[in-house]
Design a protein around this ligand. Structure first.
Ligand SMILES: [Zn+2]
Length: 471
């Protein structure tokens, strides 16, 4: 039996209506007591958190760990105070391969990206049977479901519709970065996605990305996105707070392979070619993400950035400062008439992409008065836990998992985080190892075979399926 006591922190937990300077006692990974002046005489470990904010562990519902092969995302998330994350690309194997060496104790859930070579594919190329087979082969390997990445690698509208329909029938989690061969990664693509879904549910990935001012003024697109989400309550979404997007720098036959990269180039007045990418890098518009020690960061010097891009033959993550700050603010704060947030969560779309700013920007919003402390906790832990069907997380209630993030609000940065009572980051030092995989009954045996502890959820408990069933 291990007893840990956190002393003198400012605790905020809207699920238990807790707010104030209190102590918190943890035994064997669970919260057992929250009150003032807990006796520390029998504790194994005591941490004095005077002056710090203590909240249910940050759950990031949109991250990337597998895109650039750097495996730095685990470290970067732990450093950013995250305790649970949803990887939006997979495949799950890539995570199992690397979590032993690079994992930092964070709980990881994973969606598997649509099958390879589905870009520009039509329904003739994929029948119902092969879609079902794809979904279950990924879920048997531990994925919660699938991610459609039409924004980058579009499929035909008919095939997209089939994937959404079958994922719903098979009770798989499904997220969609909107876009098809017919409509792009923008507000028109979002409308088309709702139309194609025909009342089926999906998780609208990073709704900001469709409000970048491609079709109308950005603010009008934000208004449309908010109206679409309010009038389609069977959808769930998340929004981020960073100015920077994340996309691929890769080109084939001298043309960027990602539609998003192409759009960013064109929108900024560059040619949609490999030399267009290079010119955008030299101009400091396309930022190149590189490994710097334990983390990934933007290369500040544009000549160095170009050299790195060429050395890697374009296989790098690029970021364009294409997200409107006012759009991020409005999406994060929009509420319906009942006073509930229309977009349940603040996410990062970070991980290995250096934009893990949930705490930094979220606390700035609290200071500005755009969110209360309780709302910050709702959007970064309580609601994200519901989105993933995590009934024992997103709360500091008695008997629940001791997943906790401690924040220095003056510095706008996390100072400590723990998962099931184990410290994974303390004063900026990442000490967590490995981590659990959040999976379903269907995937748990496979996860165990990889010598990783599964953490089991029921897809029916996710906000996506709760909303679908309530329709
Ligand atoms: Zn993403």
């Amino acid at each position: 039996m291990t007893t840990t006591i956190l002393k003198n922190a400012y605790l905020i937990d809207p699920t238990q209506e807790v707010k104030g300077w209190k102590d918190l006692e943890i035994i064997d990974g669970k919260v057992v007591k929250v009150c003032e002046n807990i006796n520390t005489i029998n504790a194994d470990k005591v941490y004095d958190l005077k002056g710090k904010l203590c909240v249910p562990g940050i759950i990031d519902t949109h991250v990337h760990l597998t895109l650039d092969g750097s495996n730095r995302g685990y470290y970067m998330l732990a450093k950013a105070g995250v305790t649970t994350a949803l990887d939006m690309y997979g495949p799950p194997e890539k995570i199992y391969e690397h979590i032993h060496q690079y994992g930092t104790g964070i709980n990881i859930a994973c969606l598997a990206a649509q099958p390879q070579n589905t870009d520009n594919a039509t329904h003739c190329d994929y029948d119902q049977h092969s879609i079902r087979k794809f979904i279950h082969s990924e879920m048997k390997r531990g994925a919660l479901g699938i991610k459609l990445i039409g924004g980058h690698y579009p499929m035909s509208p008919e095939l997209t519709k089939k994937f959404i329909q079958i994922a719903n029938e098979e009770k798989a989690y499904i997220a969609f970065h909107v876009g098809t061969t017919n409509k792009g990664s923008n507000i028109e693509g979002f409308k088309e996605a709702i139309f194609l879904a025909e009342g089926n549910s999906f998780h609208v990935a990073h709704v900001n990305s469709y409000c970048r001012g491609q079709i109308q003024e950005s603010i009008q697109e934000v208004q449309s996105a908010i109206e679409l989400l309010s009038s389609n309550p069977h959808l769930v979404s998340e929004s981020y707070l960073s100015r920077y997007n994340g996309t691929s720098g890769r080109c084939e036959k001298m043309i960027p392979i990602s539609e998003v990269t192409s759009k960013c180039l064109i929108q900024n007045g560059f040619a949609n070619t490999e030399s267009g990418v290079e010119n955008a890098i030299v101009a400091g518009i396309a930022l190149v993400v590189a490994n710097v020690g334990e983390i990934n960061a933007f290369i500040e010097n544009s000549e160095e950035a170009l050299q790195y891009y060429r050395n890697k033959k374009g296989r790098v993550n690029l970021s364009f400062p294409i997200n409107k700050i006012e759009a991020g603010l409005l999406l994060a704060t929009a509420k319906n008439k009942a006073g509930d947030f229309i977009i349940p969560a603040i996410s990062s779309d970070g991980g290995e992409i250096p934009r893990n700013v949930i705490i930094e920007k979220g606390i700035q919003m609290v200071k500005y008065g755009a969110l209360t402390h309780e709302e910050f906790v709702l959007k970064t832990s309580v609601n994200p836990a519901k989105m993933l069907g995590l009934k024992n997380k997103g709360t500091l209630g008695i008997g629940f998992d001791a997943d906790i993030t401690v924040i220095d609000t003056a510095k706008e940065e996390p100072v400590m985080s723990m998962v099931m009572g184990e410290i994974i980051m303390h004063e900026g030092l990442v000490i967590g190892k490995k981590g659990r995989i959040i999976t379903t009954d269907e995937g748990s045996d496979y996860v165990k075979m990889q010598n990783i502890d599964p953490y089991i959820v029921n897809i029916e408990d996710t906000l996506l399926y709760q909303r679908r069933n309530n329709k």
